[in-house]
Design a protein around this ligand. Structure first.
Ligand code: ADP
Ligand code: MG
Length: 290
């Protein structure tokens, strides 16, 4: 196990952001799923040692998160959700700066790490340009690069695909997939397709609680017998929207085909369907599971 979290609790004043988190995370790519406000960033900040917690125990590669904070920090790289880079730097200058902060003081060693990382995140051609001219995707890739300095065993990425356009998102996913071959990565997101192709294990959290942990297949199975395709005339759109948890809908002539979650078989023209990971996620979040 790379991370062991037991009985973790965290409050902001009287608001309980993490209620009682138990999670054991192995190697490879692990997805932390949950809607906005679920507690993902709070958990990731705690794992990165930048936020103290109230109760429970956390170890990272058998190191006590609090007592051995320095050791833990050497093992991990972190990309915060709100990652602000000083835009007057060039990408290369910024990576050199982060590397010195992380204790890579040998000039030669630093040069070689920075060059390698710029290649790895596909920014070598823009390395000497100022960050203020970078696109959102380029900034995110620079964010990954800074998290990789010092070759950490564990990489923590908090919503790394937020704000990326579709092609940047695909490029980003490929990079993550490549990195997951020789690093442990925890990635938080509320976009299921970010993890669909490459994560084996996920946890779903909401309101500071773990609602599900297991494989992506097991998550999809949570929606067996509760996900339906329901076809109604367009005039009944509002009624369906009021009655069911809707995953998606599409228009077909003057009818609407909804993909919905419901414990009972809905009235009307319905067919049961094979659930996807997203269906399982929606079922778990809405408390409507098989
Ligand atoms: P997520 O990353 O899943 O969107 P967060 O961990 O950022 O969730 O937030 C979880 C909850 O804690 C939210 O309700 C949020 O408003 C609250 N919260 C986060 N940070 C603070 C803070 N510094 N002070 C008070 N409440 C906070
Ligand atoms: Mg967040």
């Amino acid at each position: 196990m790379s991370i062991k979290i037991d009985g973790l609790q965290k409050s902001y004043r009287s608001f309980q952001a993490l209620k009682n988190i138990d999670l054991h995370i192995g190697t490879g790519l692990f997805g932390l799923l949950g809607p906005n406000g679920a507690g993902k960033s709070t958990l990731m900040k705690i794992l990165s040692t930048i936020l103290p917690f109230d109760k429970g125990s956390v170890t990272i590669y058998d190191h006590h998160l609090v007592k051995e904070g320095d050791k833990v920090r050497q093992l991990l790289g972190y990309l915060p959700q709100h990652f602000n880079v000083p835009t007057q730097f060039t990408g290369k200058e910024f990576l050199h700066y982060v590397a010195s902060m992380k204790g890579v003081t040998n000039q030669q060693e630093r040069n070689s790490q920075v060059e390698k990382l710029l290649e790895e995140v596909n920014l070598a051609a823009q390395a000497n340009k100022k960050i203020k001219g970078y696109s959102g995707g380029m900034k995110r890739r620079l964010g990954i690069a800074q998290a990789l300095i010092g070759n950490p065993k564990l990489i923590i990425l908090d919503e790394p695909t937020a704000g990326l356009d579709p092609s940047e998102r695909i490029r980003f996913r490929n990079l993550i997939e490549k990195l997951s071959k020789d690093h442990s990565i925890i990635l938080s997101t509320h976009i299921i397709s970010d993890i669909e192709s490459s994560c084996e294990n996920v946890a779903v959290i909401n309101h500071g609680e773990v609602l599900f942990k297991g494989s992506t297949e097991a998550l999809a199975e949570k929606a067996i017998n509760v996900v339906w395709e329901l076809t109604v005339p367009f005039s009944e759109y509002d009624q369906v929207e009021r009655e069911y948890v809707i995953i998606s809908s599409r228009k077909e002539k003057d009818q609407v085909v909804f993909r919905i979650i419901s414990k009972e078989k809905p009235q009307g023209e319905v067919s049961p369907i094979q659930p996807t990971i997203e269906d399982g996620y929606m079922a778990v979040i809405n408390g409507v599971t098989a």
